[in-house]
Design a protein around this ligand. Structure first.
Ligand SMILES: [Zn+2]
Length: 89
């Protein structure tokens, strides 16, 4: 009976011992670490997806953040194309 109790204590110690938990966590690296404080473990925010817009002159696609926009709100790939205006079709 005492042997059984000691075994139960040993199992509980293995389950809850910080050292053993760290070892198990090391083997399963993809498991999130719930013990660590969140700010130090937080990964940087993922970059926002780029919105691609076509140049109104030549049709080349470029990120909206790099597009030059004319008074009408049309995106252009370059200053030259913005001055040239949208493609006439
Ligand atoms: Zn263009």
């Amino acid at each position: 009976m005492l042997k059984f109790l000691l075994l139960a204590v040993l199992v509980l110690w293995l389950l809850y011992s910080p050292g053993v938990r760290r070892l198990v966590r090391g083997l399963r690296a993809d498991e999130p670490d719930s013990d660590a404080p969140a700010p130090t473990r937080r990964a940087p925010a993922p970059p926002q997806p780029l919105t691609m817009v076509p140049c109104a002159r030549c049709g080349i696609h470029l990120p909206s953040s790099e597009a030059l926009v004319d008074d009408a709100g049309r995106p252009f790939c370059s200053e030259a194309h913005r001055r040239a205006g949208p493609r006439q079709s």
